[in-house]
Each structure stands twice: as C-alpha cells, then as structure tokens.
Design a protein around this ligand. Structure first.
Ligand SMILES: [Zn+2]
Ligand SMILES: [Zn+2]
Length: 297
C-alpha cells in the first residue's frame, strides 16, 4: 500500500503546508481518505490522484483543519464525474455538517446551477454523500481494509468526540492518532503498528508559550511524549505530523500569527528540536511529515 500525506499542518493558513489529510492507496487501487483539511483535493491532483476516485472518507473529529476541505472534495468529485455517492464516516455531528453543506445548504446555489446541465444531473448522487456516524469500535470493513476507531483525548467530548484509527490492510497496520494528548488508547490502536502516524503539534517551547498567554490549547502531545508513546507501542516506523506552523519562514504567517505563537522563534531549525526530543526514547525509523510525502508499505 501507499500512504500519502496530502497535508501535514494544523489549523492556521500555512503557505507551505496543507491541512490534515492522509490518503491510503491499496495495491488493488482502492483509495481511502483520512481527514480532509484545507487543500486536500488540490494536493490529490499534485499526487496524480483523481479526486473522483476517492469516495471513502473517514473523519477523526470536526475541527476545521480536518473537515473544511470535505465540501470541496465532494463537489470536485461530482464535477470530475464520480458516478455514485461518496461515503463519509465520522463522529457525532458529521451528518449535520454534511447536511448543511450541499443541497439545501451552503453550496445549494452552485449545485442547482451546475445541476441544470444534463451532464451534471446524471451523477447528482455524487453530491449526496452517505454519512455514517460512529462511536468506538469497528467503523468499516470491506474485506480489503478495516478501520477500528478508539476515542482519544482532544476536544471536550460534549463538544466533539475525537477518534484515532487502527487501519488494517494487506497484512499491515497503519495507526493514525488524530489530535490528542497522551491517553491509554494510543498504545492500543498503535500496538505493533507498521506505521504509527502521530500528531506532534508543537515543540515544548511553544506549548509553554501558549499556556502562559492563554491561547486555547486543546490537548496535544509533546515531541518527547510522541517518542515515549511510539516506543511503548513498539511502532515499526513513526511519522510525526500535524505541525503547528512552528517551522514557518513566512513573513505573512509571522505577522498574522503573532498572538498565537512566539513567531520570533519560528523556523525549520525547530524540526531538529522535535526530532531530538522524539529520539530520547524512540529509536526506530522516523519521518517528519511534509506535504506529498509518500511511504510505501
Ligand atoms: Zn487538527
Ligand atoms: Zn483538532
């Protein structure tokens, strides 16, 4: 299988990274998308993937950086002649989000306008996604790929449930933590994973800064903790991703994000700090995600 990191950033508009989205392509050609942040569909095009062929989508949680690209992805699949309805699996709230996006919702005018043409009317089902809201447990199993979801510790659960995934296919295990602070379920979903994809939003220095300035800090995992968790899981390889823009060199980002982070400290050198912290405990193969990074398993 092929694991493609379409996006590798957190929630801000980052000129150098798209937002969370991981595409798994099996040897059979079947494609599965995990989260759909801003830029995901355009990144598919860059990765030589037709968005109309990506019709099975799993959402870990409903933070914007994991879902804002979904309406665009669905609409583009329609325009690229996807023949049938996509399937969207997500936590409670996913049905509402989807319902308000398409016919009778945010893109109603566009759908009515384009849908007036017979060619677009022919595959109108492509903008009528089948949504399945799920809790903990097996979300999906088509005989080729199985997804089991585990609650993780991120947003207060009464606002939004958040899930990490253990994905099994072709005799391999890929684990995606989603956004989370360390919690016992990570060791379960990531146990002996061939590839553990772990969030790693901020270096320690940024976490300290955000705590001191009162900027919202939903639960995340420090690089040191990422290393500890990967070692505990026995992960055969580790990807750190969901980087919170700390490596930016963009003057616009530094100007815009001054209230969110210590912009004077930002720069690619912090990726070295991240790797050093992970390496305190984890000695296996380590990748720091960048957009369009591809790992074959
Ligand atoms: Zn996120
Ligand atoms: Zn989040």
């Amino acid at each position: 299988m092929r694991v493609t990191f379409l996006g590798s950033s957190a929630a801000l508009a980052d000129p150098d990274r798209a937002q969370s989205a991981v595409l798994i392509t099996l040897d059979s050609g079947r494609k599965y998308l995990f989260d759909c942040g801003e830029g995901a569909t355009r990144q598919m095009m860059r990765a030589n993937v037709n968005p109309a062929e990506v019709g099975t989508v799993f959402l870990t949680h409903l933070h914007l950086d994991h879902i804002i690209g979904l309406p665009y992805h669905i609409l583009m699949g329609w325009i690229f002649s996807r023949p049938d309805a996509p399937e969207v699996y997500g936590p409670k709230g996913t049905a509402d989000f989807v319902k308000h996006s398409f016919e009778g919702g945010a893109y109603d005018v566009d759908i009515r306008a384009r849908g007036a043409y017979p060619m677009r009317q022919k595959n109108i089902e492509a903008v009528r996604p089948k949504v399945s809201e799920k809790g903990a447990g097996v979300w999906y199993d088509d005989g080729e790929l199985k997804v089991t979801a585990f609650p993780v510790n991120h947003i207060p659960e009464e606002i939004c449930e958040c899930y990490g995934f253990r994905i099994e296919a072709e005799g391999k295990v890929v684990a995606i933590t989603s956004d989370t602070a360390p919690c016992p379920n990570i060791a379960v979903l990531g146990k002996d994973a061939d590839l553990l994809i772990h969030e790693c939003t901020f270096p320690q220095s940024f976490i300290d800064y955000r705590a001191s300035t009162g900027v919202g800090t939903f639960n995340h995992t420090t690089p040191t903790q990422v290393g500890e968790v990967a070692a505990e899981c026995g992960a055969k390889a580790l990807v750190a991703t969901h980087f919170g823009h700390f490596d930016t060199v963009s003057p616009a980002m530094k100007q815009a994000a001054g209230a969110h982070m210590p912009v004077d400290l930002c720069g690619p050198h912090l990726l070295d700090e991240v790797a050093d912290d992970i390496r305190k405990t984890y000695s296996g193969p380590l990748y720091l995600a960048h957009d369009l990074m591809r790992i074959d398993l």
